[in-house]
Design a protein around this ligand. Structure first.
Ligand SMILES: [Zn+2]
Ligand SMILES: [Zn+2]
Length: 264
């Protein structure tokens, strides 16, 4: 069994077809999906999707793109909302200096509120980091110094040093379809050096469909393509990569009911 640790099933791309997409994921061996919140103000819609499907769980948080609109979201509110039984993570939050859709100080402020919520709840923080390697590394070092919290560098596409800092601080590194792209040899080299017990896979659907679906709408079933390339990259079989990444997933997402690992 594989897990899609990061998708966006609430996006309009999936509106009519959500049930069919979940069925296709299950048929492909993708047994759990975490649909990730990008706006706390739309949390209710995310929760309803998670409540509809047994195998779908969710997070609560504000994407850095929306940080300026949700600066009033406090760690207290995130902690309160995360009490819902289907909420298994905080985020996605972080720093995106590629698009710079929100002022950088607002992104950092929101990010630190999410870190506080992750520290208090023990739920993993889903971190979005793009073109912000130095600031991300320094905030992670600073905040970890105040007290550890579990986290994932999701859709990892940053430089080697950020991966190393994240791993040194106890974090996990999640790879998306970017890993499969021909022009990603540097990313595969980084993935090969991440300790096996810190590796995760995701789709970030509807974006970033892996090869051979590149350019099309992505969906959770396609995490199988990324897992296959990750297996080749680190030199293990497809059965082993499922065991490694799914085992890591359940070790990190501690609130998620754990299946019998002997059967996956
Ligand atoms: Zn993201
Ligand atoms: Zn995302």
């Amino acid at each position: 069994m594989l897990v899609d640790s990061h998708c966006h099933l609430d996006f309009p791309d999936f509106a009519e077809e959500r049930a069919a997409i979940v069925v296709r994921a299950l048929a492909a061996g993708v047994g759990r999906m975490v649909t990730i919140s990008t706006r706390v103000r739309r949390f209710q819609q995310i929760v309803e999707i998670a409540e509809t499907f047994n195998e779908v769980y969710c997070s609560v948080g504000t994407h850095p793109h929306n940080a300026a609109e949700e600066l009033d979201v406090t760690a207290d509110e995130l902690v309160r909302l995360s009490g819902h039984p289907k909420v298994v993570a905080i985020g996605e939050a972080g720093l995106d200096y590629h698009y710079d859709k929100a002022p950088r100080d607002a992104q950092a402020q929101g990010f630190r509120a999410h870190i506080a919520a992750a520290r208090r709840t023990g739920l993993p923080l889903v971190i979005h980091a793009r073109n912000a390697d130095d600031d991300m590394a320094s905030i992670l070092e600073d905040e970890t110094g105040k007290g550890a919290f579990p986290f994932i560098l999701h859709c990892f596409s940053s430089g080697r040093r950020l991966a190393e800092v994240g791993v040194a601080l106890g974090g996990y590194v999640s790879f998306s379809g970017i890993l499969t792209f021909k022009n990603s040899p540097d990313l595969r080299a980084i993935a090969a050096d991440v300790p096996r017990d810190r590796l995760l896979v995701e789709t970030d659907a509807p974006y970033l469909a892996p090869i051979p679906h590149r350019g099309k709408r992505n969906e959770p079933a396609y995490v199988t393509n990324t897992a296959k390339v990750l297996a080749e990259t680190i030199g293990v079989s497809e059965t082993e990569i499922a065991y490694i990444t799914t085992g890591n997933f359940f070790r990190l997402f501690t609130k998620m009911p754990r299946p019998d690992m002997a059967r996956i």
